[in-house]
Design a protein around this ligand. Sequence first.
Ligand SMILES: Cc1ncc(COP(=O)(O)O)c(C=O)c1O
Length: 407
Amino acid sequence: MNFEQLFASRAHCMKTSAVREFFKLTEQPDVMSFAGGFPSADFFPMAKVREVMLELLDEEGKEALQYGATEGYGKLRRYVAEKMTREGAPCSEEQVVITNGSQQGMDLVSKLFVNPGDVVLVEEPGYVGGLGAIFNYEADRVPIPLDNDGIRIDVLTNRLRKLKMEGRTPKFIYLVPNFQNPSGICMSLERRRQVLELAREYNFLILEDNPYGELRYEGEPVASIKSLDSEGRVIYLGSFSKTFTPGIRVGWLAAAEEIVAKIISAKGSTDLCSNSLGQRLAYRFAADGYIDRHVATLLPRYRERRDLMLACMEEHFPEGVTWTQPQGGFFIWVSFPGGLTARQILLKAVERKVAFVDGDGFFVNDNGKHTARFSFSEASPEKIKRGIAILGEIIAAELAANNIKTA
Ligand SMILES: Cc1ncc(COP(=O)(O)O)c(C=O)c1O
């Protein structure tokens, strides 16, 4: 059958993520993989989950295995509203929807706001899952580059002026301000204020995605854009995936009530409700402070891996290779010198059982060829040491073979 002629026009925007395809390759146990952006399963609180899950089934098993309200489990919504309020972004229960991970929030927001051809501003490089969700609704994604302080305000301002001259207003800008996936960069407070100011001036929304904010290994937390916003211009996405476990698929969206009401309608036709069992489990873990205590135990463990990977890069990567210094999250962003492509290094690396993700997939256009994302969250210290040393040899050999001088 020819399905092509039956697909809706948006189906042509739905691409298999190269990153996701690549994960399959890296799942073999002897591979030194820095490719996946998953939390370390070794850090999941297994014994405690078993204990709380049994309690949950004994005490409210019927409700936990039943459908629930589309907007989410009431106690968890209240918990999230209080958490947001405590963290400086006052929020009521009615302004919160529990989602199947923050990923669903990106889909629902795109579903609600994007008509085919609408402009959505995105970070470059940007999170693959966000870029994909936005593109699935046929948005015209306009990429804005980052520097070490986050999105470039000069470029953003110029782009907005140009768009205005063309009579186009972006619907929203999609941002991951804390320890961004893939760059690891944390947006400065100044930039957060400036983006909000531009959003006011040009009248677009901000979609703030913050799954990594609590995983800060050094430095002071920076206020969320949501906490700086007094008019409901920011739609905020939170998640329990990185602070607890992603398998339960529990995240949230916090926004103005008018937006939340529409999101609930959109969500109802997508999934009826989020995972009842997962939401109640997340609530039990969150409400008595367990998740906060768990995060406190994660920080030194992830910090150790970050420090080790950075030190190994310093020791083994040849001159000319540059990388970011993330203060939190899971990712280091690497740039290769002299026209060397990440793909050519990756092909050699895979032969020696080392993997990372080449940068292309994080770009709207073809600008990522000389960049790569390295994740330090999952690999053991031994694999980090061996893998980065092997990569150092491969990069040096490729530089020599291509006669690229970097010193
Ligand atoms: C920036 C970003 N947003 C959202 C997600 C998805 O998170 P969740 O498990 O909450 O859907 C990820 C997962 O890697 C991510 O890196």
